[in-house]
Design a protein around this ligand. Structure first.
Ligand code: DQQ
Length: 561
């Protein structure tokens, strides 16, 4: 069989691009936290994904990037392209901070594909010479270049400056624009007005000149500054994604805002004639009970509509849980999540996310375990795959729930519950799940697990990702994250998928109903020393209906010479 790497390199050669050879295994031993299939440049700092898009057969990912070091600064727009969202060719940065209007940084922004041409544009925030945040535009230098390597900043920059009630440092991250029935473009910019997190709304006839709407699209008095707002429709009748400008029946709109280190979203109805957005889910609030894209480390995400596969895809920045001095030692900081498809759940009450299907190209050796009873106290090793770089899918089913622990309230804080009841504390139903990146003697382990409780009206399924024992190193982050899964454990299976990649464990519970991403820094459980287990530490037996786990090949993430 022809390998993915061969295919990717052939395409590069076809497009006349030279690439570096991939790094050696010695580097992996010295750098145990470098990932195999999560996107990261060879060195230096990255943060937010910016302006992802699919254009003329090519996926583009831009990102906040410091070309000169492993800490935030000199912020440029790094630029990589791909044909499959898995293997990437790293190009020269698309935007560098050189002009008076972006000299202190080319901050986050988005791309919009204008139909005439068609032509993509970048809208981004510049931190200007005075430290004020202003909005700028850039266009491709040569539309016939398949990789759109060079971008030209507009002579009209900045096209918006912070005036009136907008604070000079509270005005950033323009969204992808969408077109209304009146032919005008709309976009939102993150802000804080009178102390309230706000998505300011702007109009344009050509995508180039923008004026502010009298009313914001939405705001919340419960939160401060909103960063990286995203606004898009999702289908009410299936899992296909919709173009950001899609108008029609059977849609719900998603508004996402980044604050308090998390990605909060609301669902609502949007009237493009009046630009009224009416929230139908819980509204924005700083609370663990609010809908979040991910209840772990995942921030400043961006979505795009992939017209090739009729899906909406999101990326998020997964930051480090070690220190600045560790970043300096490693020479790098920050990852991108694995790209995820996102759609509305069957209940239509929340979003669901799942790694894009192309990830399966990287699956190598497989281990499968058929249905098996996990008795109380079971610890079962899943051997003969590379446990430090793996894709694991496991499904559990429960037949008896009569001994389920009672819980007082249905609005219990899942994060708090996971902290109070970690994986070592036996319950009635659970904890059961996996121990990822575990050392042989178990001093290191990242437990991703479930517990089931009985509330006054229904069963509650708690998902936890516990980093408290991920590393014997003291100084790294040891958070324990939690979320509830909206499923009925009596009639539905409880599934877990975890993408384990050296220093990241990206987990999807209940087929994507809740996602929790953890960053971990094991000292012992690295590379070949890492082990994977399935466990049941609850008093009641649990059935593991199936387990499939794969060693994962390394993605080709290769700089252009
Ligand atoms: N990161 C960017 C800002 C954005 C923040 C700066 C979110 O534009 O608000 O690197 O992480």
């Amino acid at each position: 069989m022809v390998s993915v790497g061969f295919w990717f390199l052939s395409l590069c050669l076809f497009f006349g691009v030279r690439v570096h050879a991939s790094s050696s295994s010695t580097t992996k031993d010295l750098q145990p936290y470098r990932t195999g299939f999560h996107f990261q440049p060879p060195k230096n700092w990255i943060n937010d994904p910016n302006g992802p898009m699919y254009f003329n057969g090519v996926y583009h990912l831009f990102y906040q990037y410091n070309p000169y070091g492993p800490l935030w600064g000199n912020i440029t727009w790094g630029h990589s392209i791909s044909h499959d969202l898995v293997n990437w060719l790293i190009l020269e940065p698309a935007l560098t901070p050189k002009e008076t209007y972006d000299i202190q940084g080319c901050l986050s922004g988005s791309t919009t594909i204008l139909p005439t041409g068609p032509k993509p544009i970048i809208l981004y925030t510049g931190q200007d010479i005075n430290g004020s945040q202003v909005q700028n535009l850039a266009t491709p230098k040569n539309l016939s270049d398949p990789f759109l390597k060079e971008w030209v900043k507009s002579s009209g920059n900045p096209f918006l400056t912070p005036v009136n009630d907008i604070g000079p440092t509270l005005f950033r991250d323009p969204s992808t624009a969408w077109i209304g029935p009146d032919g005008k473009w709309r976009m939102v910019i993150g802000s804080e007005i009178n102390g309230h997190g706000t998505a300011l709304l702007y109009y344009s006839t050509d995508g180039m000149k923008w004026t502010r709407s009298k009313k914001p699209l939405h705001f919340s008095s419960e939160t401060n500054m909103w960063e990286c707002p995203d606004f898009y429709p999702v289908s009410n009748v299936g899992t296909n994604g919709l173009d950001t400008s899609f108008q029609g029946n059977n849609t719900i709109h998603v508004l996402k805002a980044s604050f308090n280190n998390h990605e909060y979203y609301v669902l609502g109805t949007y009237d493009p004639k009046t630009d009224m957005f009416h929230v139908v889910s819980n509204d924005f609030k700083v609370s663990n009970a609010q809908f979040q894209y991910d209840y772990g480390r995942f921030y400043a995400s961006k979505s795009f509509y992939d017209s090739a596969k009729q899906r909406r895809v999101i990326w998020g920045w997964v930051n480090e849980g070690d220190s600045e001095s560790d970043a300096i030692k490693k020479g790098w900081s920050g990852l991108q999540s694995f790209p995820r498809s996102i759609w509305l759940s069957d209940t239509r009450k929340q979003l669901v996310q799942w790694p894009v299907k192309e990830i399966e190209k990287l699956r190598a050796k497989q281990v499968s375990i058929k249905s098996r009873e996990l008795k109380s106290g079971t610890l079962l090793e899943v051997s003969s795959i590379t446990a430090s770089q793996a894709d694991v899918e496991v499904t559990f089913s429960l037949s008896k729930l009569d001994k389920t622990e009672q819980i007082d309230s249905e609005v219990a804080d899942p994060q708090l519950l996971c902290n109070q009841k970690n994986a070592s504390l036996s319950g009635s139903i659970g904890p059961f799940g996996i121990l990822a990146l575990a050392s042989k003697n178990m001093t290191e382990q990242t437990a991703v697990f479930f517990r089931v409780f009985k509330g006054p009206h229904k069963f509650l399924v708690l998902m936890c990702s516990d980093q408290s024992r991920s590393s014997i190193a003291q100084e790294v982050d040891k958070s324990i994250y939690g979320a509830f899964l909206d499923l009925d454990p009596l009639h539905e299976k409880i599934s877990l998928r975890s993408l384990i990649d050296h220093s990241i464990v990206e987990s999807f519970g209940g087929e994507g109903l809740a996602c929790i991403t953890a960053r971990v820094y094991p000292k012992v459980a690295i590379n070949k020393q890492a082990k994977l287990y399935v466990f049941n530490n609850g008093k009641e037996n649990v059935t593991m209906s199936s387990l499939n786990a794969w060693s994962m090949n390394k993605a080709q993430i290769t700089p252009m010479v």
